[in-house]
Design a protein around this ligand. Structure first.
Ligand SMILES: [Zn+2]
Length: 104
């Protein structure tokens, strides 16, 4: 029996890591310089948006989202090309893998 929940946790963590860290920097701002002036708060927001994600991060995030959808649908861990189960070893290395090692 495959421990889907463990992969889900892994994906959620990976998702958090690949997202923009603005929330984190905002938090450190809050702790280091309180109180935050109203205008400073809005300028921090602008910085967040212009920063964005790198292309690689964006692609990875999409794959992670896709994998989470597959968990919801119950198709997680099944190769999209041949329908065979993807090995645990492969999923441990890449939890958002959609193809088995034979089809990639
Ligand atoms: Zn396959």
């Amino acid at each position: 029996m495959r421990d889907i929940e463990a992969y889900k946790q892994k994906l959620m963590r990976a998702k958090k890591n690949s997202m923009c860290d603005c929330t984190i920097s905002k938090t450190s701002w809050t702790t280091s310089r309180a109180p935050i002036p109203r205008n400073a708060q809005s300028s921090a927001k602008t910085m967040k948006c212009s920063k964005g994600l790198g292309n690689a991060g964006k692609v990875e995030l999409e794959q992670i989202e896709h994998a989470l959808t597959r968990i919801k649908n119950g198709t997680f861990g099944v190769c999209v090309a041949c329908g065979e189960e993807i090995s645990d070893k492969r999923l441990d290395a890449i939890p958002y893998a959609t193809k088995c090692k034979d089809c990639m």
